[in-house]
Design a protein around this ligand. Sequence first.
Ligand code: SAM
Length: 325
Amino acid sequence: MKLIDDYNRVIDYVRISVTDRCNLRCRYCVDGDFPFIPHTEVLSYEEIIRFVRICASMGVNKVRLTGGEPLTRKGLPHLLKQLGAIEGITDISLTTNGVLLADHLEELKEAGLKRINISLDTLRKDRFAWITCVDAFDRVIDGIKKASYAGLNPIKINTVIIKDFNDDEILDFVRIARKWDHEVRFIEFMPFGDMSLWKSSEIITSGQIEEVIRREFELIPSMKRGKGPARVYDIGGGSGRIGFISPVSSHICAECNRIRLTSQGMIRPCLFSDVEYNVKALLRSGKSDEEVKEFIRGVVKVKPERKLEMGAIRKCQRSLRNIGG
Ligand code: SAM
């Protein structure tokens, strides 16, 4: 039987944070003194594989591995391969900051990775070092190029646009999407991490980004848009695409088909709600697959219908690196 919530949404997608650790310290993402979860509290690969197997038996077919930085966890290609072998799982992808990508590309491809999302908030080397507190711009660009040569196309580059941070680079990102023939997706800044930077009145919305782009470029709704929440456009007169993901300014909740599994083993049915459910306790206390299944069903049933309005959104208690961005 499929996983269906009380609002008739079919849940067929699980996003998994495999670690809360990250090799970057992005100013807008890091919160406070950045304590890590002890290793023993993080779900083991065996636990993650069992969770996905149980979800797959209820119709989940898509898995995304994220973090923290997933490539900082040892043996990630092994996890990918094991997940890919689960009956019913047809789509596995990875979200990474790209710093370690070039080093692991061969293994990842061998393990069956077909698609990748790479986060990049600036095209300027000095600004990259300032935003992330690490001088790794060249490694990320190298990772993107190698991923492209390796055939992981189309590569999606995720860019969070923040006022007075990188909003002067919007058009540069469109140019790079054309030049590299990749898809650049502009993601609205959400209320996680450093809240001194996040004020709903100052958020740059997808609408505002689109307005800036349309002054220079023609945007044509793309035939290549997937099932996800992005509005995707081809760029007139050239290759590449751009997408807008608007979790803050618009309600994409009616189409939400996902749940999240945090690195600590909590199921989070809605990104914007801090209510989480401890599946690790079941996985570690000898419960049967049937019992875990019932638990997941119960969690999906209470998935909130929709998030709060933009002005009423509060800071989420957990950081995005922990939940899984
Ligand atoms: N380390 C991986 C990466 O960089 O892609 C995966 C985890 S990271 C938390 C995933 C994405 O979340 C990144 O693209 C990052 O820019 C984004 N992110 C972090 N904090 C955010 C926020 N407050 N609003 C919107 N996106 C955010």
